[in-house]
Design a protein. Structure first.
Length: 150
């Protein structure tokens, strides 16, 4: 199987973002970190991911500045993987994926889980995109505008 080309220099922000976080395992590792996991063993046990694949994904996430490593909080010889500001900024993307999944990836009545506000216990409202004047925006209401560097 041919290795795919890198999208790190692509002019499209979506392509570059997919290069950084578009892998399924990468997003699940980030999700688990957002849920409080910090240790290699926690990610491995929960995801059932082969150790070599998990090690590779974490190495790339650290190199790309999405995670940082810190000495283990309990003083052991292990290290913790901690989301950086860049990693925490994935949260709205994660919520959008979750809400899309809630709407389209389950059959009616199928068991799932929902995202709730920790303070109120109420379900987080669906995300929506709005124009500067407050109008809701859909796919037909936007276009791409090229910006020349410099």
């Amino acid at each position: 199987m041919a290795k795919r080309s890198s999208l790190k220099q692509d002019a499209c922000p979506v392509a570059r973002a997919m290069e950084l976080i578009g892998d399924c395992w990468t997003m699940l590792i980030i999700r688990n970190a957002m849920l409080g996991q910090r240790r290699f063993s926690e990610f491995q046990k929960d995801l059932g991911l082969a150790k070599n694949i998990l090690s590779d994904r974490l190495r790339v996430l650290v190199a790309d500045g999405i995670f940082t490593t810190e000495p283990a909080a309990d003083g052991s010889a292990y290290q913790d993987y901690v989301l950086t500001d860049k990693g925490r900024a994935v949260f709205p993307i994660m919520v959008a994926l979750r809400q899309w999944g809630e709407a389209f990836a389950f059959s009616p009545g199928e068991a799932t889980n929902i995202l709730v506000d920790r303070k109120t216990g109420k379900r987080v409202p669906r995300m929506a995109l709005h124009a500067a004047d407050g109008r809701p925006l859909g796919v037909g209401d936007t276009r791409i505008k090229a910006i020349v560097a410099g």
